[in-house]
Design a protein around this ligand. Structure first.
Ligand code: C2E
Ligand code: MG
Ligand code: MG
Ligand code: MG
Length: 282
């Protein structure tokens, strides 16, 4: 009967829910253990200038599980953010980045590179966040301007005054600041103008549309590039995959590019080999 089917439907739903909750809880336990077990990896994706020279990298987190599978951040960052695990995880990323920069400082060809790390909103809102960052670079005797923090617009939603203060502290100390996924949030142009960002990252969904752009697509990208020029911020396009996208961006004055066209996120050794293999500056 209909009633029977309904009851079965509910029972089935409950089972699925229970399984999902149990799975989520298991993942939370695994992730907590992963930090101590040394299962986290920073993959590096090249960022290039208008002459296709690698000027830096974005560090992208991977979780390499004991069975060898590589879990992408989309599969565990949201859970980490909800449970608070993002705080120890974010600290691990920060210290790993500082350690890498320290090692790069002893090689003349790696020394100029800038390393960008992603900062989650919850991590950014920690009262001592700026102090954590400054201590990490100080402890490794790393020049603060080699480190770049990628922040999304969502950190400005609740308390713009506090956020502005944190950014100013970091900027005053010389740390580079990038606004990630620009164009996808709701930040107003008025406050962007008064925040000390060095780099605006055009979100990859706009770059994807440049493959076959409408006038509206072109207008959005042209507007972001003009904004960068007026605010004296560099503009970086993420998700560049094709020659057509690259040509469009370079013709319209984009400063920096990142995407599969120039390299996928890769293990650190592979990234360094790529940099060291570049012809010397002519
Ligand atoms: P995001 O910061 O916007 O990073 C860019 C994402 O685009 C990365 O995905 C990268 O692998 C991918 N990507 C780069 N080039 C291309 C391309 O040409 N085509 C396409 N289709 N995709 C490209 P990934 O590594 O899966 O990271 C996803 C998101 O996870 C990141 O987005 C960032 O928000 C977050 N994330 C990564 N690492 C960390 C971390 O250490 N901490 C925090 N809080 N978040 C992180
Ligand atoms: Mg990013
Ligand atoms: Mg600055
Ligand atoms: Mg992004």
């Amino acid at each position: 009967s209909v009633k029977q089917a309904g009851r079965n439907g509910v029972a089935f739903f409950d089972l699925t829910m229970e399984a999902a909750i149990r799975q989520r809880h298991q993942m939370q336990l695994d992730l907590a253990a992963a930090i101590d077990a040394g299962e986290l990896r920073l993959y590096l994706q090249p960022q290039v200038d208008t002459r296709n020279r690698i000027v830096g990298a974005e560090a992208l987190l991977r979780w390499q599980r004991a069975d060898g599978t590589l879990v992408p951040p989309g599969a565990f960052i949201p859970l980490a953010e909800e449970t608070g695990l993002i705080l120890p995880l974010g600290r691990w990323v920060l210290h790993e980045a500082a350690r890498l920069l320290q090692q790069w400082q002893s090689d003349a060809r790696l020394r100029p590179l800038r390393l960008a790390i992603n900062v989650s909103p919850r991590q950014f809102r920690e009262p001592d966040f700026a102090q954590q960052v400054l201590a990490a670079v100080r402890d490794r005797a790393v020049s603060p301007d080699r480190l770049e923090l990628e922040i999304t617009e969502s950190v400005f939603l609740d308390d713009i005054d506090t956020a502005r203060g944190v950014l100013r502290t970091l900027d005053d100390a010389g740390v580079a600041l990038a606004l990630d996924d620009f164009g996808t949030g709701y930040s107003s142009l008025a406050y962007l103008a008064e925040l000390p960002f060095d780099v605006i990252k055009i979100d990859q969904r706009f770059v994807a549309r440049l493959q076959n752009p409408t006038r509206q697509d072109e207008a959005i990208v042209a507007t972001i590039l003009a904004l960068g020029r007026r605010l004296r911020m560099q503009v970086l396009a993420e998700g560049v995959e094709t020659a057509a996208q690259e040509a469009y961006l370079l013709t319209h004055g984009c400063h920096l590019l990142q995407g599969y066209r120039f390299g996928r996120p890769m293990p650190r050794e592979q990234f360094e080999a790529l940099v060291l293999g570049q012809p010397d500056e002519g």
